[in-house]
Ligand binder design. Structure first.
Ligand SMILES: [Mn+2]
Length: 269
């Protein structure tokens, strides 16, 4: 296993199989439409014999292992379980909001939970798939906090928190991070060119990530990148089939329609 920017890369596997990629669904109580659209993705995948790759932040907040037994977290696990038991492969990368997902969610859903990113051939190109927070290297307070938040001891304590306490802690953390993002230097929250360079230095020719909630596609010598938008706001993802990678919009009835290829996005120095 290789790693890039501190994120381990597991083999993507499944060469040549069609895939649907979505990211940043931010599912929570009150996200009924996004949950319905996710069910549409699972239906579309089943019809196309495709696998589903979720590039992180499936949930708005997942802290305690108890969450999988209640509410939207239980419902989403059940939707995944219906899909995976019918033969659809679902692969889940952790995001910054749901990196505490663990074995209880895997057991309830049948998904493959990957501790980091993925690398392999996707639509004919050697591709790295990341959530994308590791690319935002200028956000030093976040990168420092990430190191202790993801420490095994911190994780173990958080995952044992009573449900109500866990959700309140997640809510406070998010309110604070929104304040910081609202005030901060916008350059601080952009992926850096150096981070993209580190990904392409692995020899991969394509990078796909989410996290920044900005739908984009462009070239970054010597590779190309795709940024997935927030699924809860757009229902848009990518379809990989044969050698073709194209953006599509899903609906709750299992249909997906191509959408125009988006413009490039800025990167920080
Ligand atoms: Mn994120």
């Amino acid at each position: 296993m290789t790693s890039v920017l501190g994120t381990p890369l597991a083999p993507l596997g499944g060469d040549g199989r069609p895939s649907f990629l979505v990211s940043d669904l931010h599912l929570g109580e009150g996200a009924a439409q996004a949950v319905a659209n996710l069910v549409g993705v699972l239906q579309a995948a089943r019809a196309a014999a495709a696998r589903v790759l979720v590039l992180g932040d499936l949930f708005d907040a997942y802290v305690s292992a108890r969450q999988v037994h209640v509410g939207v977290w239980r419902d989403v696990a059940a939707h995944f379980a219906a899909a995976t038991s019918a033969g659809t492969e679902v692969v889940l990368l952790p995001g910054n909001r749901d990196y505490l997902l663990g074995s209880e969610f895997v057991a309830a859903s049948g998904v493959r939970l990957v501790a980091g990113g993925l690398r392999g051939v996707l639509a004919g190109a050697d591709t790295v798939l990341l959530h994308g927070d590791e690319l935002c290297q200028n956000d030093l307070p976040y990168q420092r906090a990430k190191r202790w938040l993801r420490h095994p001891l911190t994780r173990a304590i958080a995952r044992r928190l009573p449900l109500r306490l866990a959700l309140r802690a997640a809510e406070r953390a998010r309110a604070k991070s929104q304040q910081v993002v609202g005030r901060g230097d916008p350059q601080r929250f952009l992926p850096t060119l150096a981070a993209l360079g580190a990904v392409f230095a692995t020899g991969a020719g394509r990078l796909v990530f989410g996290h920044i909630h900005r739908f984009a596609h462009g070239a970054c010598d010597p590779g190309e990148y795709w940024v997935l938008p927030a699924f809860d706001a757009t229902a848009v993802g990518l379809e990989a089939r044969g050698d073709r990678l194209r953006p599509v919009r899903f609906d709750a009835s299992g249909r997906c329609e191509p959408v125009p290829v988006p413009d490039s996005c800025p990167f920080a120095a």
